[in-house]
Design a binder for this molecule. Structure first.
Ligand SMILES: [Zn+2]
Length: 88
């Protein structure tokens, strides 16, 4: 009976060690590629022009501050059209 208890404890300990060996490299490896992808996509983020519906890189867009948020348009014409629309 006592022998069985030791055997069970040993199995649990070995199981925990194996689990740790398998899970720890996964935990430490996964955040880095995800963060890298996030930074790359933020650099060249494609957004939709709310006026004409065209997708374009955010940094090439024309910005408009409206009600506390910044909107981006593909061209100054779209920005002006949107401004005129929201005013009317
Ligand atoms: Zn546009």
């Amino acid at each position: 009976m006592f022998k069985n208890l030791i055997l069970i404890i040993m199995i649990v300990v070995v199981y925990k060690i194996i689990k740790k060996m398998i899970l720890e490299p996964m935990k430490s490896n996964t955040p880095y590629p995800l963060e890298k992808n996030r930074n790359e996509s933020a650099d060249d983020l494609m957004i939709k022009d709310p006026e004409c519906g065209v997708y374009f890189p955010q940094r090439q867009g024309v910005s408009l501050r409206a009600g506390g948020e910044t909107l981006y348009f593909c061209s100054e014409k779209c920005r002006d059209d949107y401004k005129n629309k929201t005013k009317a």
